[in-house]
Design a binder for this molecule. Structure first.
Ligand code: ATR
Length: 271
């Protein structure tokens, strides 16, 4: 039997177990997906222990995404981002990936949104925004990072700019007034809209030539996405981003195409 899982603290509410097990059922795989909650300082022991026990693959979430980087061989994107959310134990040392980042481009792809040559805006400068900004900067012509705390936007933009071909700029939330009307792609990577009917982007800035991804998935239909749909924009909800980070992890672990429809149906049923 294959064993996959998630390490984080806490992991009790994770939707990854049902989503991945739906894939195993669909493909008739003899596999299980289990959650582990090590102490916050136990990243190294957890990776070594999992390798010793023959675990096939692990997803990694808060607070371990940065620490795990030191105990695996990260691919180029995960190394640049400085965070790993997927470990593949089929090699020694195990390989580390950042499928939060790859999931963003797959989510846009799935909605026929091409990022190539576009002007993108990322709202937020925390961990989620970091994965989003690095991914967009590999594909888009221009990436603007807007955040409530301007210094954090500037620091993220400086990191991204270091190895990306895109023009990368930063500003406070007031910079959205100028950047969103000119943008093709907008991603909310703040927590604004989670469990509350609020949006980080004023509705009157949204327009029909925009593709909007909201990383928030509780609720699935956020105020930002409602405003974006009303403005005629293409909308991509946060469940797609969650889905595709799982899809890409599955594909790294198994070398097979993930059963996207079955995983999506289970995820949406859980949400
Ligand atoms: P995550 O790992 O999910 O990205 P995080 O690192 O805590 O979480 O980042 C949260 C992001 O949401 C930050 O960009 C934060 O802005 P600050 O850097 O100014 O704190 C943003 N955020 C949270 N609450 C916000 C609010 N009420 N208005 C605007 N931005 C907010």
């Amino acid at each position: 039997m294959h064993v996959f899982g998630l390490i984080g603290n806490p992991v009790g509410h994770s939707l990854s177990p049902p989503m991945h097990e739906a894939a195993y059922r669909e493909l008739d795989m003899d596999a299980k997906y289990v959650t582990f909650e090590p102490d916050a300082d136990a990243a190294e022991a957890a990776i070594e222990g999992a390798a010793a026990l023959g675990v096939d693959g692990l997803n990694v979430t808060i607070p371990f995404k940065q620490d795990v980087l030191d105990f695996v061989e990260p691919d180029e994107l995960a190394a640049r981002i400085g965070a790993v959310n997927t470990v593949d134990f089929s090699t020694s040392p195990p390989r580390g990936y950042n499928t939060d980042a790859a999931g963003v481009s797959r989510a846009f792809d799935h909605h026929d949104v091409s990022l190539s040559g576009t002007d993108a805006v990322v709202v937020g400068a925390g961990g989620a925004a970091r994965a989003v900004a690095f991914t967009l900067a590999d594909a888009c012509d221009r990436v603007h990072v807007a955040n409530r705390t301007v210094e954090k936007a500037e620091s993220l933009a400086a990191d991204v700019r270091a190895d990306a071909p895109a023009t990368v700029t930063a500003g406070g939330l007031d910079s959205l007034d100028e950047r969103v009307p000119a943008a093709d792609v907008l991603v909310n990577a703040t927590s604004v809209g989670m469990e509350e009917d609020a949006t980080p982007v004023p509705a009157d800035l949204l327009h029909g030539d925009l593709a909007v991804l909201d990383a928030v998935y509780t609720p699935v239909e956020t105020r930002l996405l409602r405003d974006a749909a009303a403005a005629g924009a293409t909308t991509v909800d946060g469940a797609w981003m969650l889905l595709f980070q799982g899809v890409v992890a599955f594909e790294h672990w198994t070398g097979r195409d993930a059963p996207v429809e079955a995983m999506n149906a289970e995820l949406r049923a859980q949400l």
